[in-house]
Design a protein around this ligand. Structure first.
Ligand code: 13P
Length: 337
């Protein structure tokens, strides 16, 4: 049985390699309008299109950002938006040598028949949307689904998450977009690090089973896992060394080295914690490109520093560059604080 390879196969491999290049990682700036609203509320700003545009203009136009950032994930609004100065956001990124990406999932809804768990929508119409996003300049995609440890996870929720990710990945590759495969294992809960490790192994086993069943080309995907940590409410905290040991053990047992990039999410870790954990994972050679795809751990200080004031734009941009550089060093295992 032979399966037709995506006509984009060579381009997918090239795009994935570009994003997973040494010393660089992804800036996740694809908050949905609702989530972006929460971020803006935290600095006392209204959730208007103009305010979202102002903040994202600030992010994409940080001078020198492309030295540390290889890809930026956008929400649909931003993919079609221009900067405050009237230049397409996508063009500003490409000029900075940053590959534009697009969040394509349609968010989480309750999963009937489960233990209060959720599933991720967005497969209907995904092929035509993906083709349009490619036309608009996107070269990679993201689909985030979640698995909750306190609520199970039930076998049903894990299977649904894995199957949805695999269908999305196949459709993305068919339309020239490198899929980021993101089954986020939520930090919430009192469970210890061993429990997270067990759940993560189960989730990634199923994800790769269905990726293979759907003939997804592993050389043309990127992963966005959660690091293996104790639950946020667990009394025993883990050191960066422990997080690195558990997480690398997970990768060794579950992730084929053909996958060109493992771009971790920050998931509520502090900015410094996310950098230290990444740095610990890169202390010795491993078969993957272990890097970052952070939203909050890159943007938090930047957002606060900006606070919606034009006179703070430069200072806010400087803080983003500081975080991006720190994580770039951590990707190379050379962060010293
Ligand atoms: P955080 O790094 O804030 O977890 O966000 C990454 C992301 O894009 C989640 O999908």
């Amino acid at each position: 049985l032979t399966v037709r390879a995506s006509s984009y196969a060579d381009e997918l491999v090239k795009t994935a390699k570009t994003i997973a290049s040494p010393g660089r990682g992804i800036l996740a700036m694809d908050e949905s309008n609702a989530t972006c609203g929460k971020r803006l509320a935290s600095i006392g700003m209204e959730n208007t299109e103009a305010n979202r545009q102002a903040f994202r203009t600030l992010l994409v136009s940080v001078p020198g950002l492309g030295e540390y950032i290889s890809g930026a994930i956008l929400f649909e609004e931003t993919l079609y938006q221009s900067t405050v100065e009237g230049k397409k956001m996508v063009d500003v990124l490409v000029e900075q040598n940053i590959v534009p990406g697009i969040k394509v999932d349609k968010g989480l809804v309750p999963l009937a028949g489960s233990n209060n768990e959720s599933w991720c929508q967005g497969l209907d119409g995904l092929a035509s949307r993906s083709a349009a996003y490619y036309q608009q300049g996107a070269r990679f995609a993201k689909w985030r689904t979640v698995v909750s440890i306190p609520n199970g996870p039930s076998a049903l929720a894990v299977k649904e998450a894995a199957w949805g990710l695999a269908r999305y990945a196949a459709i993305s590759q068919d339309n020239g977009l490198v899929p980021i495969v993101e089954p986020e294992i939520l930090l919430d809960g009192e469970h210890n690090i061993d429990r997270t490790f067990e759940v993560a192994k189960q989730v990634w086993a199923e994800v790769f089973f269905y990726l293979a069943q759907n003939n997804v080309m592993f050389e043309g995907i990127l992963l966005k896992p959660s690091m293996v940590t104790p639950g946020a409410e667990c009394k025993e905290k883990a050191t960066p060394q422990q997080v690195a040991d558990y997480t690398l053990s997970l990768l060794r047992q579950r992730i084929p080295p053909a996958v060109p990039g493992i771009m971790f999410l920050s998931g509520g870790q502090s900015e410094v914690e996310a950098t230290l954990n990444l740095n610990a994972m890169n202390q010795s050679p491993n078969p993957w490109h272990v890097s970052f795809s952070y939203a909050r751990a890159l943007q938090n200080t930047c957002l606060k520093t900006w606070s919606g004031r034009p006179e703070n734009v430069k200072a806010a941009q400087d803080t983003l560059l500081v975080r991006a550089k720190a994580n770039s060093l951590a990707q190379l295992g050379k962060y010293t604080g």
